[in-house]
Design a protein around this ligand. Sequence first.
Ligand SMILES: [Fe+2]
Ligand SMILES: [Fe+2]
Length: 181
Amino acid sequence: MENIKIVKNVKLYNKEVRAEFASIMRDLMTHKDFNRLADIKQHINYTRLKHSMDVGYFSFYIAKLLGLDYVSAGKAALLHDLCYHRRAGFKHNMKMLRRHPKDALSNALSICELNEKERDIIAQHMWLITTLRPPRSAEGVVVTLVDKYCASKEFIGSIVKREYAHKACRFPTNPTGSVKD
Ligand SMILES: [Fe+2]
Ligand SMILES: [Fe+2]
């Protein structure tokens, strides 16, 4: 009964949690290497920046609701696709699909420190797509599921609703880290 109450009260775009996420992740979200993702298209009409911020925020929020380590979940999720390759033909895309977690981890380590759990979350976020080895932590499972949910939503939004990333982007990347509605 209590669980049903919690589910009913969940507001995914919770203002306070968004502000907390923006404040904790401000240094990463304003980092120039992270913002390079704004120029890279992902999932048809989205950018890799928008996708990363959504996966970061939702992972942070869901991990918090579940009583998990939400800071590690949000941080690793924000950085899970930190790589700069662009789409370039089927063969190249397939290669990058397998390789990008490794590249993202190495790029993430060049801009911040990551603990073992955060490294594993990034390295294993393609669980069930390019690797069968599951993440070692519950936070890693949250991130990999949120990533799949966001990717599916972005593909469907692009095709069916013709959504564009710039309209849906909810986080500013200014140095104050303030959150717009
Ligand atoms: Fe990815
Ligand atoms: Fe992703």
